[in-house]
Design a protein around this ligand. Structure first.
Ligand code: NI
Length: 141
C-alpha cells in the first residue's frame, strides 16, 4: 500500500505494510464516507491520529470548541458559567449562545490553546449543577 502525503514542500510518497483485512475495512469505510480516493482518506486519518494524541498530551496546542448544554433552573448558573469563561479567557476566542428553548441553552465556546487548559475548562463547566452535557471537539492546527 503506497500512501501520498502532503507536506509544506509538496508530497512525500511512502509505502506501508498492512494486513489485507485492515486495508479492506479501511477502503470500505472511506468509500462509504464519500471519499474519492484513498490518499485523502489516509491524510485525514493521520490528521485525526495526531489530533487525538495531542489532545491527550497536556502541553500541546490545539484548537476547537467546547459545547455546553444547560438548563436555567439552577440559581446563578449563568453567572457561574460566565465566571469560568473569564477565568479561562486566555484560551477562549469567542462564545456563541444559542437559546434552544425557554429554559434550555447551548453555549459554543471556541478555544485555542494548551490541551490541558481546555480540558480543565471543560471539567469545570461539567461539574456545575444544571449543566447537562459538555462535549469537546478538538483539532491540532
Ligand atoms: Ni439562552
Amino acid at each position: 500500500m503506497v500512501f501520498m502525503m502532503q507536506c509544506k514542500t509538496g508530497v512525500i510518497r511512502f509505502s506501508v505494510s498492512l494486513p489485507p483485512s485492515l486495508v479492506e475495512e479501511f477502503d470500505d469505510v472511506w468509500k462509504r464516507m464519500g471519499y474519492e480516493n484513498r490518499s485523502k482518506a489516509v491524510h485525514d486519518a493521520i490528521r485525526a491520529f495526531i489530533s487525538d494524541f495531542k489532545w491527550t498530551q497536556g502541553e500541546d496546542y490545539v484548537a476547537g470548541a467546547v459545547l455546553v448544554l444547560y438548563y436555567l433552573d439552577k440559581p446563578r448558573l449563568l453567572e457561574k458559567i460566565t465566571e469560568a469563561q473569564h477565568k479561562f479567557r486566555d484560551i477562549i476566542s469567542s462564545t456563541t449562545h444559542i437559546h434552544i428553548e425557554e429554559d434550555k441553552c447551548l453555549e459554543i465556546i471556541a478555544v485555542n490553546g494548551e490541551a490541558s487548559k481546555i480540558r480543565r475548562l471543560a471539567e469545570e463547566l461539567m461539574a456545575k449543577k444544571g449543566v447537562k452535557e459538555v462535549k469537546v471537539a478538538i483539532i491540532a492546527p
